[in-house]
Design a protein around this ligand. Structure first.
Ligand code: ADP
Ligand code: MG
Length: 682
């Protein structure tokens, strides 16, 4: 019986050569293919009372034909047919276009079921479909498929009905029984029925739920199988650190780690100790304390006799990291060095020698770390900060400076978990989703551009207290068309206003890298009070004394970027403020401004951003590379994705999965995907 599925669709009644060709265009060759072609929506055919149906709404009625139809010919092949029906107590007109065959079919007193758009004012139904006879019980929701060629929905529904009837109860269940029970999922036959011809709204919903889970489970099985194979194959470095020493080091940290920090430290240390190579992404919102987590990992590596490296995207960031790590490590005899583009030749030469001899334990730096003459004696652990700022190639070069060192990528861009575990499926993901206690929320306000003066006086108040401020402008070039504030103009304006009282600095992408560094340094050292800048200031800079930020034309930024920008303030003990100056025109723009004022939580904003923009846009087109799902929707089904991920991981490591009959279908799917032959899926 089951081989019916493999039969050509031409084995179904009514499908001849021509129809089969159209079906082929849709990728449908066999009965199985047909059945797995899901409708993209259902037409609600439940009978409605016209008295309660709003104007322009779709409606289905059962009615009695009251008049002989009249046809109006409107030129070549165009016609309009009109007749009167009685629906309940409503006498209404029904109009169809180009269906003049109805003229011979419709006779007074005949019962018909008509669907169409209700024109309440004129008491007319603009018909879209008609059936002769009363409505049958089981057609409350009609499937609507995405079809090619001249196949009509009604025909296609008939083929589908026929196929489902023939295959019937013999359909072999594709999910293991225990999963069906655990999640109360519909069995395959009922689910297929519910996907195509649901009895009611709940049936359709439950059917969808099953297939969303199944689809995501398949996807996650592929990812988890791939990861397991990499773990089995990749012979990495075993970093056998001394747990007691590590504990002692942690005890010297001047604050309590947050629970989230403890959790990710454990995840990282577990990876270090194991023989496979660590390939981990550490996500943590700005200020969540990633540096100390990195430091603990580096300490573990060093205490086990390895060297560590930390690469940051800018000199300032590298310097900040070096400063912090030297403060912690130098007193306990761990040798930390900084290598950057501005390291003097003589110093550099000496440093490289020491590195090569193993006299330096931890090297921190910029791209300078990946130059060919930078040679480690025993590099075991590599960390990249703000990983998205480096290319794949740069990260690879650094990694190759060790013998399969463990690798940790850090990022402050909160990526919604859904996307992180799909787009970065091959990486392990650690998340710090908690800020250290006692942090003051950044107070965020959204003001109209005409309220600029009150923003400036608020800024003045902060500056008087000795604080510093950022003013962010979207673009550097004058562009009247876009009505964007020009950073230079704003700078000049503020320089005039604050003349003689505060020092105003300017930072933008057109400055030479050296100039950028020196402006940034002046701000860091408090020599500049107000920094007018474009978004180049976005990444990682830590100026705890800055407590005020104004963002011009804030609606021109995405949520993720606004959040990153805002993260430049609120880094010290002072209450900080962020003012969004914007007159957004779109609802979406308004929603973004409101979201910013409502939460400081980067992950929640990222989820919101994903919801507003969709997964494709979130990463930009090129990077997205997400699979096309038939049923699942990453924005709405992310909980299911997470559940599927856990289930898939368990299955992959369970011997039963690779042997038992229950899992045969899932195994076959995995084999067919090519993952097991080492073909990449991403
Ligand atoms: P980010 O994750 O943005 O890189 P940092 O590592 O720079 O954050 O940490 C921000 C600040 O918070 C630093 O001054 C750091 O010392 C401090 N910090 C980190 N963890 C904690 C903690 N658990 N309790 C208190 N302060 C912490
Ligand atoms: Mg950081």
């Amino acid at each position: 019986m089951t081989n019916v599925l493999a039969d050509s669709v031409t084995s179904l009644k009514g499908i001849g050569k021509e129809t089969a060709e159209h079906l082929t265009e849709m990728g449908i060759y066999t009965v199985q293919d047909l059945i797995w072609t899901f409708p993209y929506r259902h037409e609600d055919q439940r009978l409605k009372d016209l008295a309660e149906t709003p104007h322009n709404e779709k409606v289905t009625i059962e009615a009695r034909v009251e008049s002989v139809p009249s046809v109006l010919y409107l030129g070549k092949n165009k016609s309009r047919i009109q007749f009167t029906v009685l629906a309940g107590r409503h006498l209404v007109k029904v109009v169809f276009f180009n269906q003049n065959y109805l003229r011979t079919k419709l006779v007074p007193e005949m019962i018909v079921t008509v669907s169409g758009k209700w024109d309440r004012g004129r008491q007319v139904i603009n018909g879209t479909s008609i059936k002769f006879g009363p409505k049958t019980d089981n057609t409350d929701f009609e499937p609507v498929y995405s079809l090619k060629g001249s196949i009509h929905q009604n025909k296609f529904r008939k083929y589908m009905r026929q196929a489902l009837n023939i295959v019937g109860e013999d359909f072999i269940e594709t999910l293991p029984q225990y999963l069906l029970e655990q999640y109360k999922l519909l069995p395959i036959v009922d689910a297929l029925e519910g996907v195509h011809f649901p009895k009611d709204a709940n049936h359709a919903k439950q059917a969808r739920r099953r297939f969303v889970y199944e689809e995501l489970l398949h996807f996650q099985l592929r990812i988890q199988a791939l990861r397991k194979m990499r773990k089995d194959q990749d012979k990495g470095t075993i970093i056998q650190y001394d747990l007691q020493k590590l504990r002692d080091f942690i005890a010297t940290i001047p604050f309590q780690l947050t629970n989230a920090q403890k959790r990710v430290v454990n995840e990282i240390c577990k990876d270090l100790k194991e023989p496979h190579r660590m390939n981990r992404l550490l996500q943590g919102d700005v200020g969540s304390g990633k540096t100390i987590v990195a430091a603990i990992g580096l300490y573990a590596a060093v205490s086990a006799g390895f060297q560590g490296a930390l690469m940051a995207p800018t000199e300032i960031l590298a310097e900040q990291h070096a400063q912090v790590l030297m403060d912690w490590f130098t007193p306990i005899g761990i040798r930390v060095a900084l290598l950057s583009g501005s390291t003097k030749t003589k110093e550099r030469k000496q440093l490289l020698e020491q590195l090569h001899n193993g006299e330096i334990d931890i090297l921190i730096g910029t791209h300078a770390l990946i130059q060919p003459d930078v040679i480690f004696s025993n590099l075991g652990f590599v960390i990249t900060d703000e990983q998205h700022r480096f290319g794949v190639e740069q990260r690879r070069i650094l990694r190759d400076k060790g013998m399969n060192p463990d690798v940790l990528f850090m990022t402050a861009t909160p990526i919604p978990r859904t996307l992180a575990i799909t787009a970065f499926g091959e990486m392990d993901v650690s998340i710090i989703d908690e800020l250290p206690a006692g942090r003051k929320e950044i107070e965020t306000h959204w003001l109209k551009k005409e309220q600029l003066n009150s923003v400036l006086s608020k800024m003045d108040l902060e500056l008087k207290k000795g604080r510093q401020a950022y003013v962010i402008c979207p673009l550097i070039e004058e562009s009247e068309k876009l009505d964007v504030q020009n950073a230079v103009e704003v700078f000049e304006q503020l320089a005039t206003i604050f003349h003689g009282r505060y020092k105003v600095g300017l930072m933008h992408g057109r400055l030479h890298p050296d100039e950028k560094e020196s402006v940034m340094r002046a701000f860091t050292e408090g020599k500049i009070d107000v920094l007018v800048s474009t978004t180049v200031v976005e990444v990682g800079v830590n100026v705890p004394n800055a407590s005020f930020m104004a963002i011009y034309d804030a609606d021109r930024f995405g949520l993720a970027q606004l959040h990153q920008l805002r993260g430049r303030v609120g880094r010290g003990e002072h209450q900080s403020y962020c003012i969004l100056l914007a007159d957004p025109k779109s609802d979406e723009g308004k929603e973004r401004m409101i979201s910013m004022t409502e939460t400081n939580d980067g992950f929640r904003l990222a989820e919101k951003d994903l919801e507003l923009r969709g997964p494709g846009d979130f990463f930009g087109k090129k990077q997205s590379g997400l699979p096309d799902f038939k049923m699942a929707d990453l924005v709405h089904d992310y909980r299911t994705l997470e559940v599927a991920r856990q289930d898939a991981e368990k299955l992959i490591y369970d011997d039963a999965f690779w042997q038992h009959e229950d899992y045969r279908y899932l195994r076959e799917m995995l084999e067919e995907s090519g993952v097991l032959n080492g073909e990449r899926i991403d």
